[in-house]
Design a protein around this ligand. Structure first.
Ligand SMILES: C[S@@+](CC[C@H](N)C(=O)[O-])C[C@H]1O[C@@H](n2cnc3c(N)ncnc32)[C@H](O)[C@@H]1O
Length: 202
């Protein structure tokens, strides 16, 4: 398969380091949001998803000829690729997981990046890895809503303490830890009191 774009090869060194514990393991499950022609998909299939029963779920609308190109790219690995054709916001609720790796590289508007992260965080296993592409990409208009960075920063802020940072450069790579959501008692009691106050209204 001749790919028409290469938005992936620069990421290989960081992926080799961050994903090495999954290489060749059985039943590794990956979710890729935004697969395009399958360049990252094929690399994962050739280099990480080599163990028995390992699979990649790919979500993409695959508009026009990209659909044929993706199918051609993954032809040799068809039994390990599950395609979900459509927008991530529509497809993700029906994809259960859990996943060892989630790669977020779909629609790059900040809102959509944040939506993809929040819709998949609970499907990521403890010890699983989440990868964000294009963290440092700047849109020529300088409109902050058109780029992933503020969404990624916001997401990392609200999951503070619940991940280990593996890589921070043009991509951001984190590993989910076992800390879970942090509720201190005072805040929990405050939330409860508000709920009790509102109960008669509802
Ligand atoms: C930058 S490309 C992905 C590159 C790919 N990961 C690779 O390694 O070559 C972005 C992809 O996101 C897809 N996309 C656009 N909107 C989307 C959405 N709402 N949900 C999922 N994918 C979307 C596009 O069709 C396109 O294929």
């Amino acid at each position: 398969m001749a790919f028409t774009q290469d938005w992936f090869s620069n990421s290989i060194p960081a992926w080799e380091t961050s994903l090495k514990s999954f290489v060749g393991q059985p039943s590794i499950q990956v979710l890729e949001i935004g697969s395009f022609e399958g360049r990252a998909t094929c690399w994962l299939l050739d280099n990480v998803l080599t163990g028995h029963e390992s699979k990649i779920h790919c979500v993409d609308p695959w508009v026009g000829p990209i659909y044929e190109r993706f199918n051609e790219s993954v032809r040799a690995h068809r039994d390990r690729v599950v395609m979900h054709r459509g927008k991530s916001e529509d497809m993700l609720p029906a994809i259960p997981g859990p996943f060892d790796v989630v790669y977020i590289d779909g629609l790059h508007l900040g809102f959509n990046v944040l939506q993809d992260a929040t819709m998949t965080w609970n499907k990521l296993k403890i010890g699983g890895v989440m990868i964000f592409d294009d963290y440092l990409w700047e849109h020529q208009s300088l409109d902050r809503t058109l780029v992933p960075k503020d969404a990624i920063d916001g997401f990392l802020t609200v999951i503070h303490g619940r991940y280990e940072l593996l890589h921070l450069s043009y991509q951001v790579i984190i590993r989910k830890n076992d800390k879970g959501a942090h509720f201190d008692k005072q805040y929990f009691d405050f939330c409860q009191s508000i709920t009790n106050d509102l109960a008669p209204i509802f």
